[in-house]
Design a protein around this ligand. Sequence first.
Ligand code: HEM
Length: 137
Amino acid sequence: MSTEQAPASAPSGTKTYTLKDLQENGTREKMYMLLHDKVYDITPFLDEHPGGDEVLVEEAGKDATEAFEDVGHSDEARAQLVPLYIGEFAGEKKSKKVAVNSTGVPSSASSSGPGVVTYMIPLSLFFAYLAWRVYFA
Ligand code: HEM
């Protein structure tokens, strides 16, 4: 029995690549691409890309996630990535930049801080007092 915990980053056995690896493999002969912190060897795909190879060459050696998502690629396009996957990115993980709290909700979206009710209670007491003054005082 193994007591090994699930690793926080890449599963053991998965190869990791640095930014340097990406930059060194940025030619038509050998091209790696970084998408969502995963590294793909897109060399065999260059000639098959419906959007042409030029756009891929432009994104070589850097994080192409934004360019890829901006196009709004289909699920079919995403499925084509599977056989091209070669490993995880070892550099700074961009997609984990958003701070998340313990519930997994981005902290900016959390509902902490005073809500409407907090203001409604003293406000309604104030108006009740005013009404009392008008009618009974
Ligand atoms: C290895 C990663 C990529 C794969 C597997 C891929 C796959 C595809 C596929 C299958 C299409 C056809 C439309 C669709 O199904 O969404 C497409 C279109 C397109 N892709 Fe990619 N793509 C990749 C990376 C990129 C990147 C990095 C760019 C950068 C800008 C890009 C730009 C485009 C454009 C502009 C089109 C539209 C072509 C047209 O409709 O004339 N793709 N891609």
